[in-house]
Every structure is written in C-alpha cells, then in structure tokens.
Design a protein around this ligand. Sequence first.
Ligand code: NG6
Ligand code: CA
Length: 518
Amino acid sequence: MKKEILTVACLTPLAAVAVTGGNQPDRNGAVCRRALPNVVIIYADDLGYGDLSCYGAQRVATPHVDRLAAEGVRFTNAHAVAATSTPSRYSLLTGHYAWRKPGTDVAAGNAGMIISPSQYTMADMFRHAGYTTAAFGKWHLGLGEKGGEQDWNAPLPSGLSDLGFDYHYIMAATADRVPCVFIENDRVADYDPSAPIEVSYRRNFEGEPTGRENPELLYNLKSSHGHDMSIVNGIGRIGYMKGGGKALWKDEHIADSITRHAVDFITAHRDEPFFIYFATNDVHVPRFPHERFRGKSPMGLRGDAILQFDWSVGQIMETLDRLGIADNTLVILSSDNGPVVDDGYADRSEELLGDHRPAGPYRGNKYSAYEGGTMVPAIVRWPKRVKQGAESDVLMSQIDWLASLGELIGARLPKGSAPDSRSCLGNLLGETHDDRPWVLELASNRVLSVRTPEWKFIEASDGPKMIPWGPKIETGNSTTPLLFDMKEKYEGRDVAADHPDVVFEMQSILRRERAKND
Ligand code: NG6
Ligand code: CA
C-alpha cells in the first residue's frame, strides 16, 4: 500500500527566501532544490551522555564527533523519547509518542511494520519537499505486513519505501536478533539462493545448533544472559534462523558495510538535496568491531565500539568535505537511549570500565526511568547557519525534531500528522534558548517521567527496583511518585514530600497528555 507522493520540489517562497537569501526557483524548481540543506541524522545505539570525549569522557577519544561539536552546537539537556530503541525511533520518525500506541516496545526481528504506511514520517516530509531520502543501519521498527509471516526469500511486500525512504540498506532489528542479514530495498542483500532463510521466534529448526546447547560454538562472543538461541558468526542471538549462507553478516564488518553504503549514496546524490537517517549498530551488543578497532581502547569491546562509531562519523564527514557539500549539510548526531554496559554478552565491558561513566553524571542507564535512560548526547553542525563551538543547555526532546526540520525546509505537514512534535527550530540551530516547558520520558516498563528545566518527576509504579533479567540497572520504579531537583544532576534525594504542589502539577501534565489518547 503506497502513499501518494507529491512531487513538491520547492520550498514555499517564504522559506526559500529564508534559506537561500532570495534565490528564486526556476520553473523546474532547480535552484530552490539545490538551495535546501542536506540533512543527515547520525543516530547511535545505546551511546551514553558520558561516552564521547566532547562530553567529558577521558578513557576514550572521539575526535570526529568532537570536531562536529567544535564546529556546531553541543546540547547538554537533550532527551531521547524512550529508554529503549523501538519506542525512541518510532517517536523520532513519526513525531507521535510511542506510549500512545500499543506494540511499540522493543521489537523482535520478525515484527511486522510498527509505523503504519498511512502514518506521516520524517522521511515522507523530506521526500515531499523534494529530497532524496535514505535509511542505513539499524531499523528495529518491523518489516512486512504481519509479524512472523515474512518470506525473507522474496521481496517484502511492504517496508521502508512505504514510509518515505527512496533507498534503504538496513538491519531488520538489532545485531543480537535474527535475521542476521541486511535488507536492501525490501530484499535480503547478497541473497544466497543456495541457503533459503527461515526465521522463527518460537522454535528452533531441526538440526540447527543453539547457544544454549552448543556453547562450544560461540567462538567470537559468549553470552552473559539470554542470547542463547541461533548461532551466527560464533555469536548467540535472540530468535532462531536457518540458512542465509553468503548473505549472513559478519559482525566485524557491519560498521564498514553500513558506512560504505551511506558514502556511496551521498556520492551519487551529491547534486540534489538528500535526507539520510544513518543509524549505526554501534555501540549496541553484540559488540564485535572490526579488528582495526578491537583492543584499541582500554575499555574492552564497548570502548572499541565507541572508536568504531567515531570512525563512521569521520567517514561521513570526510565524504561531505570531499564533495564540497559539508557546509550546506545539517548534521545532527545523537543516540536512541542511554548507555548499558553488560547487555547480555561476556565482553568484559563491566570489568574494564574503570572510572568511565557512560551516563556521565546521571543516575540509571538504558531501560531506566532515571535520567540516564533518556539523557543523550546531541550535536548539530551546519556551518551556513549554526555558530561554531556553541553549547546549549536548552531543554529539548527528539520528539520535536520532525516539526523543527519541517519548519527549516518549509514543509506543510498534513493535518493530524506528527501530533506530539512542536517546532523548536531556533533551539535546534542554537539561535534561541526557549526551554520546552516539559519533556516526557518513557522507561522500558512503560513508566512515564516528566522533566522540566528544574524538576524530574517519575510516576508511581509497582515494578522491581532493579532490571529483572540480568543487567545491574536501577529501574527508578517506586510505589510512591518521585521528585528530584535537577540542580543536583544525580537523582539522589526524593523531594516529593516537600513539594506536593509540584507533584500535583506533574501528575496533571501526564493526565492531560494521556487524555489525548482517547
Ligand atoms: C533486551 C536484550 C538486550 C537488547 C535489548 C534491546 C536480552 C537478555 N537482552 O531484551 O541485549 O537487545 O533487548 O535494546 O536479550 S535496544 O537498544 O534495541 O532497545
Ligand atoms: Ca538502543
């Protein structure tokens, strides 16, 4: 089911004046199309607020990311919408809070499409404005119409082309979930007809080894919890698969493959405005970077994966520089959720962490309701308009990036689309400092928090204090509501009892927002 694509190649005249300084389009829209800035979103996976040297990391150096920060604006109060991947990505790409929609929690590798083709996405927005659009890397938002029923040996009947992407080269879910193959434009890339692919999240296929029964076959990485089903490339995964042959990825080549495809795409489309969603596999588990990076950080494989992420950023920038288009490309770098150290593989990241603080000064990690779950690095570089070396502590959320970028390119969003996204373009470009009055954060157990410039409120819930399945992470669950004064960055002292009025106000915000679902 394809959406009708309008071929609006131009900005509205008003926006054209703002961006081009008055260049008017010719009849084919050529001038105005080229005047649009390219937009590249570099979206890391599980990269924490404290994981980059420009955010204070000492035990790992990230010179390419640091360059973006030095030449752009670095945000110190930017939030992902959720503390896990699928709901964060869903919200970023649709401008609709994932908690409003059932079925948006961490997706299996054979989940059906979570964003429905009739929803308006960020990619639709760029495509309608005349951009060529592409997605690379981690998808994790489902493919095909019905979960569990995809035929991976034929073109998928629905996928990213129905969501506004002209081109895609993606992983269906995460590197720790089957199927372990890349999907290029709805088909398994490098498909190997001699090894038909079967996938199940319910049962294994006859005669296929698993991490649980054949741990001796885990020659690249052993699991620390879970990840004991199919074995691919000597690494245990979540879910069962059979076949794949030459199409199966090698984890050590994932960053190279994703990056090469993005570089080729940029090179081919250098003369037209493009929007790229570049979603790296780094630094998610299983961490098994290329040998160029393995052993290169003192922090083990997690640190090595950060180095590999930085390299990927460098490759994108080098390509933009080489083609002479870096100055007219708006690059946004961020992460889908907070960091996690041991997330299910015995990669020694915990033992070798030393005094590195992946979440910086914040409490909690990925999955948590505490700030460590959603506080993420965010950097915007666009030399044409963004001041160099700026820093901003404006309160912002990725939920607003769709509307903000829409304002930048003069997009007219269809009525009812991106309902939770508000433009804060000035903030995103470092030109204004208008705090969002509040930001909503979704923890992995669906508990909602409200963050304002001054306060952090976590609603009451009855879940466990610690994540129950393995990683040593505080959830932030509490049977009474929690309130923290964010002058102290670490949420250590609950002051709810001292400020019943603030607690009431925060509860009202949640009530009002939830009521919009009805
Ligand atoms: C968890 C996985 C974890 C990771 C996470 C999703 C186990 C034991 N843990 O269930 O490894 O894949 O899901 O991470 O299987 S996310 O960043 O994609 O949301
Ligand atoms: Ca993630």
